[in-house]
Write a protein that binds this ligand. Sequence first.
Ligand code: PEP
Length: 298
Amino acid sequence: MTNSFTNASAKDAGAAWLGGEFAGKLVVGNWKMNGLATDAKALVQALVAQGAGDKSLAPQGQGQGQSDVQLAICPPFTLLNPVRQWLGAAPLWLGAQDCHAEEKGAFTGNISAAMLRDAGCQLCILGHSERRQAGESSPQIAEKLAAALRHQLIPILCIGETLAERQAGQTLAVLAEQLASSLPFPLEGSGNSGGGATPAPIVLAYEPVWAIGTGLSATLDQIAEVHQFLRQQTAALGHVPLLYGGSVKASNAAEIMALGDVDGVLVGGASLNAEDFGQIAVAASTVLAGRSVSTAAA
Ligand code: PEP
């Protein structure tokens, strides 16, 4: 097994996505505040043993890299370094669950984007609803996102409506507002990661608050409507990979990822079980294989 993904710069991968070349699926595990060393080591070893992230997951006939399933796991800060070592040469990406906006200094208890990059991260989840509910604002998230980009971390920006907002018919308006105010650059397309011509590589995760950790996933129609809307909203930024998150499990992952504008999933609870997470990865691969078959037949 080669280590192509861990050696690749996240910025390069992001640029490939934004160039419209990303036809794969990104499956990201958010461990939240779970994991002590012994259990986490067993989980990572089980993932590696079952070939998660291996090219064996790639559908037959697909090319390397951009059409494959890319797996990532986001453990708590304390486990980033050991997880990186346990992963060895396995081509999973490593991500964090948050970062601070500042470079360094008197910010007790916080972790900077530079520290995450130094720890071997390629990704960083930002704006998760559990942090928004704890008081984090969209402008603060925008500053963190800028810090992540300065340090070549791909931010996974999370947005989502509450149940009350959905029931009031405000879903798309809430998402549009959260998206626009959580970015450190305008949605109109002049965004870049620090002066270059390439738009900033970001991943956007639609996570309805009412579906997170509740076992209640959004319906396929709801996901399709929102993702189509987000595709339009982000059109000027290039191809922004769009993830769905909210009670994704092995039994619903394939039908969700088969939706046209769903480029992958952000998985909480099910990512803590190697078999479940592996099955979600296989579901991603199966969807890609199905797509390539129907494309070939067309
Ligand atoms: C999450 O925490 O981002 C999440 C989607 O959790 P769950 O899959 O458990 O709903």
